[in-house]
Design a protein around this ligand. Structure first.
Ligand code: C2O
Ligand code: CU
Ligand code: CU
Length: 542
C-alpha cells in the first residue's frame, strides 16, 4: 500500500472526519494479523458487508402487490425541453403491512417518481430540499454537464442550515465534515439540474450523492428511476406498456418502531459520517424490497415481459434466477446493459447484479401454467434473502412482442489501439489518516486533488484491481469491458456499461472515450458504504 506524502497529509487535515474511521471488523483483523488480502479472499466471500436483523415481524413472501412508481408529469416546457419539480421531504409509507416507516423521499414516495424522457430532449429538474440535511442529486448513467452532475460538495442546503460550521473548520473537531472545496457550488433550498439526455436510451436512476452521507441517504429513500427512450427502440417491438416493468431491488432492515435500521454513527446524518464497525464493509438488510415493497408478487399474463432491473442496494449483490413452481429455470434474455441496448440478445440462466448495475431482460411466461408462479430468486442470499419477488401467471394472453436478433448498431467499438493511455487503479482497504479506509490507488477521496486529468475525446484503457467485491462506476461516460483477470469478459459484461462488478482479487480492463462535456466528474465504488468511506476519485476532463 502506497504511503501518503507529507504534503497531502498536511493539506488533508480537517478535510473530512471520515479519515479517522476504522474499517475494523474482518478487515481490521486482516490488517492486524498481517494476513494478506489474497489469502483472506481465497474463500471468495459472496457477501461484502454485514447484515442487519429486523426487529419487527416480517411478512410472508409474495403477498404484497408489486408497486410501479408513478411517472412524474412535467410542470411545463421551456427552450425545447420539459421542466420538472421534485420536493425532497420526509414522509412515511407502509412498506411492511401494518407498519409505518418514516422515509426521506423525492416527492413523498420511495422509490421517487420515475422520469420518462426522450433522447436528445433536454429536461430541467428543480429540486427543493425540505429535508433536515444538505442534499445533492446525481443522475446515475446520465451524460450530464458537470454543473448538474451532482458533485458531492455541490450541496443544496435546507432552510436554516448552519453552513458556518462547515467552513470554519471548527466543525471537524466535532466530527463535522468540513467541506473545504473551493470549487463547490452550494445553493440554498433549491437547485435546477439540467439534463441534455443526448445519450442512448436506457434505464438510469437518480439518487443522493452528498459527501460522506450518500449511503444512509439512499437507504432512507432518496432514489428514483429515470427511463430514456427513443423512436428506434420503440420500433423494435419489445414488450411494452403493462408488459414492461422497472424493478428497483434494494435490501433494508427495520427497527422495532418500524423505522429503517441503519448503523449510522450519527443517526441525524448531520455531523458525523460513518457506520458502526461491523458494517464498515457494507450494510445489508434482511428484507428484500422491489419498487419499495417486500418480496412482492405481480399478476402477469402468460407472455413476454421486459424487466428493467436495477440493483439499488447499498452493498448487496444478487445472482438472479427465475424458477417455476415445478423447478424449471426460465431464460433471462438480456437485451440491454447499464447504457442501453446490446448489439444482440444474450441468454442467461443466472444473472449476477452488483449495486448500481442495470440489466434489461426479457422473460417469457408463455407455457407457464395459469395459476402457478415464477419466483425470482437470489442465489447469493440465505434464508429470506434468497427470495426476491414472484410473478403469478394470471391468464393466457396473445403476444405480438418480439426480440429482434439485432437490437442496436450504434455501440461504440473502441479498439485497444485507439487508446492514448492506460491507467491502473487498485480498489482496496488500507490505511488512511489514523485508521483504515477504502482507497483508490492507496488514497482516500479528496475533492481538492486531481486524480485523473484527461482530454475531451481521449480514448483510455483502465485496469482496475480489487481486494473484495467493488462495483466500480464512472460518471459521464459508458465503457466496454475488455478483459477479466487476463481472460475474456463474462457474458454479463456485454454492451455499454457504467458500472462494472470487480469480484474478489479480480482485475478488469475497461475502455472508454471521455467525450461529452468538460469539467469535474467522479469515479468511485458503488458499494455505498465504501463510497462514503473515501473510495472515490476525481475525473477531470479538460
Ligand atoms: Cu450512482 Cu456517483 O453514482
Ligand atoms: Cu453516476
Ligand atoms: Cu468497494
Amino acid at each position: 500500500m502506497r504511503e501518503h506524502d507529507e504534503g497531502r497529509s498536511g493539506r488533508a487535515h480537517g478535510l473530512t472526519r471520515r479519515r479517522m474511521l476504522g474499517i475494523g471488523g474482518a478487515l481490521g483483523l486482516m490488517a492486524a494479523t498481517g494476513l494478506s488480502a489474497s489469502a483472506a479472499l481465497a474463500r471468495r466471500p459472496s457477501i461484502t458487508g454485514a447484515e442487519l436483523r429486523s426487529a419487527v415481524p416480517l411478512p410472508p413472501p409474495f403477498q404484497v402487490p408489486l408497486p410501479v412508481p408513478a411517472v412524474l408529469k412535467p410542470v411545463g416546457t421551456s427552450g425545447g425541453g420539459d421542466r420538472y419539480e421534485i420536493t425532497q421531504r420526509e414522509a412515511s409509507a407502509e412498506i411492511l403491512p401494518g407498519v409505518r416507516t418514516p422515509l426521506w423521499t423525492y416527492e413523498g414516495t420511495f422509490p421517487g417518481p420515475t422520469i420518462e424522457s426522450r433522447r436528445g430532449r433536454p429536461i430541467t429538474v428543480t429540486h427543493r430540499n425540505e429535508l433536515p440535511v444538505p442534499t445533492v442529486v446525481h443522475l446515475h448513467g446520465g451524460r450530464t454537464p458537470a454543473t448538474s452532475d451532482g458533485y458531492p460538495t455541490d450541496l443544496v442546503l435546507p432552510e436554516g442550515w448552519h453552513d458556518a460550521a462547515m467552513h470554519t473548520g471548527h466543525g471537524s473537531a466535532h466530527g463535522m465534515p468540513a467541506m473545504r472545496d473551493p470549487r463547490a457550488v452550494v445553493t440554498k433550498l433549491t437547485r435546477d439540474y439540467t439534463f441534455p439526455l443526448d445519450q442512448r436510451p436506457t434505464l438510469l436512476w437518480y439518487h443522493d450523492h452528498r459527501m460522506d452521507f450518500t449511503a444512509p441517504a439512499i437507504w432512507r429513500g432518496l432514489a428514483g428511476l429515470h427511463i430514456v427512450r427513443d423512436d428506434a427502440e420503440d420500433d423494435l417491438g419489445l414488450p411494452a406498456g403493462p408488459r414492461e416493468l422497472p424493478l428497483m431491488i434494494a435490501d433494508r432492515a427495520f427497527t422495532a418502531d418500524g423505522s429503517l435500521a441503519y448503523p449510522a454513527l450519527d443517526p441525524t446524518l448531520r455531523v458525523r459520517p460513518g457506520v458502526h464497525e461491523p458494517y464498515l464493509a457494507g450494510v445489508l438488510g434482511d428484507v428484500i424490497l422491489v419498487n419499495g415493497a417486500p418480496w412482492p408478487v405481480h399478476e402477469a399474463d402468460a407472455a413476454r415481459y421486459r424487466l428493467r432491473v436495477l440493483n439499488a442496494s447499498n452493498a448487496r449483490h444478487y445472482e438472479l434466477e427465475a424458477v417455476t413452481d415445478d423447478g424449471r429455470r426460465l431464460d433471462l434474455v438480456q437485451i440491454g446493459a447499464d447504457q442501453g441496448l446490446l448489439a444482440a440478445p444474450v441468454t442467461h440462466r443466472l444473472l449476477p447484479i452488483a449495486p448500481a448495475e442495470r440489466y434489461d431482460l426479457i422473460i417469457d411466461f408463455k407455457g407457464v401454467p395459469v395459476g402457478s408462479r415464477v419466483r425470482l430468486l437470489n442465489r447469493l442470499g440465505s434464508g429470506r434473502t434468497r427470495e426476491v419477488m414472484a410473478f403469478r401467471i394470471a391468464r393466457k394472453a396473445s403476444d405480438d412482442s418480439r426480440i429482434p436478433r439485432t437490437l442496436s448498431t450504434d455501440l461504440p467499438t473502441w479498439r485497444r489501439s485507439d487508446a492514448v493511455r492506460v491507467r491502473d487503479f487498485s480498489f482496496r482497504a488500507g490505511q488512511m489518516h489514523g485508521g483504515h479506509g477504502w482507497l483508490i490507488g492507496g488514497q482516500p477521496f479528496d475533492p481538492a486533488r486531481a486524480d485523473v486529468t484527461t482530454h475531451l475525446g481521449d480514448v483510455e484503457i483502465w485496469r482496475l484491481v480489487a481486494d473484495v467485491h467493488h462495483p466500480i462506476h464512472l460518471h459521464l461516460v459508458g465503457f466496454r469491458v475488455l478483459s477479466r483477470s487476463g481472460g475474456p469478459p463474462l457474458p454479463y459484461d456485454a454492451g455499454l456499461k457504467d458500472t462494472v462488478s470487480l469480484r474478489p482479487a479480480e482485475s478488469v480492463e475497461i475502455i472508454t472515450c471521455f467525450d461529452g462535456y468538460r469539467g469535474r466528474y467522479l469515479f468511485h465504488c458503488h458499494n455505498a458504504e465504501h463510497e462514503d468511506m473515501a473510495m472515490m476519485a476525481n475525473l477531470e476532463i479538460v
